[in-house]
Write a protein that binds this ligand. Structure first.
Ligand SMILES: Nc1ncnc2c1ncn2[C@@H]1O[C@H](COP(=O)(O)OP(=O)(O)OP(=O)(O)O)[C@@H](O)[C@H]1O
Length: 250
């Protein structure tokens, strides 16, 4: 582990409690402060499962995960989840207003009213969210609007590591590109490290300095800039999809 290392996975595996098969096997990689890491792989490869291990929404059955050089199970869960925040693919909606949704995690952290209001202003401006959305009920937002609010909620917590599960799937291209620009700024200033699962390769290509390629629960490769060859990645993903279609067709 180097000095910049904030997260380290050592031969991590996960076996489903009822099944005999593994969901993840022998996953080892490190995250440094300011890293932008893309996790790619076809459907069912284990990308979401991997993200969920990183803020202890589930526990590995093999191997060890270290956060800031400590085994993550030794860190109080509340403080871990303030530092490693997961923005899920399908956020749970509680029918709150957008303002309440954004304020909620900061109230739990007992932040002052002034700090809460400063952070909301900062992040809604940075993500180009119109102020008039604040009074709307989240259930009345479009899919893309919900997605950007859910990302804002993660960013407002200002974690050290942000985990994004397909954050741009419902965003228009302009917003998706703007989001990537904001994420890049945060990592370049070494404010955050970001791991992102994304099926949209053109967005991923703009974002990633390092690519983790998962296949069937295993880390098939990890490649860093400037050695990432997007054409090869595209072809591999297409081949996996074709193999699966052939299997189903049999
Ligand atoms: N708790 C669980 N128990 C058993 N199997 C599970 C569990 N969670 C996930 N799986 C299985 O693990 C595999 C990986 O799922 P995961 O959601 O991580 O894939 P993914 O790579 O994120 O896929 P997608 O791109 O479609 O979102 C799938 O076959 C899924 O059915």
């Amino acid at each position: 582990m180097n000095d910049d290392s904030i997260l380290e996975l050592q031969q991590v595996g996960l076996t489903a409690s009822l099944g005999k098969n593994y969901l993840l096997k022998d996953i080892s990689f490190g995250v440094n402060l300011g890293d932008r890491i893309a996790i790619i792989g076809s459907s069912g490869a284990g990308k979401t499962t991997l993200l969920r291990l990183l803020n202890r929404l589930s526990e590995p059955t093999e191997g060890q995960i270290f956060y800031n050089h400590q085994p993550i199970q030794k860190i109080p869960i509340i403080s871990l989840r303030q530092q490693i925040v997961l923005v899920p693919q399908e956020p749970k909606l509680l029918g709150m207003t957008v303002q309440e949704t954004l304020v909620y995690p900061l109230v739990l952290q007992k932040r002052s009213k002034q700090e809460i209001s400063d952070r909301i202003n900062t992040w809604i401006n940075r993500l180009l969210i119109p102020y008039e959305w604040l009074e709307r009920n989240e259930l009345q937002l479009s899919l893309g609007q919900r997605q950007i609010i859910s990302i804002a909620r993660g960013l407002i917590m200002q974690p050290q590591i942000l985990l994004l599960d397909e954050p741009t799937s419902a965003l228009d291209l302009g917003m998706a590109n703007h989001l990537i620009d904001v994420l890049k700024e945060l990592t370049e200033q070494k404010i955050m490290s970001i791991l992102m699962v994304n099926h949209q390769l053109e967005i991923t290509e703009k974002f990633a300095q390092k690519v983790l390629y998962l296949q069937g629960g295993k880390l098939e490769s990890q490649i860093s800039y400037p050695d990432i060859n997007w054409q090869v990645i595209r072809e591999k993903l297409m081949k996996t999809q074709q193999d699966r279609l052939d299997e189903w067709g049999e």
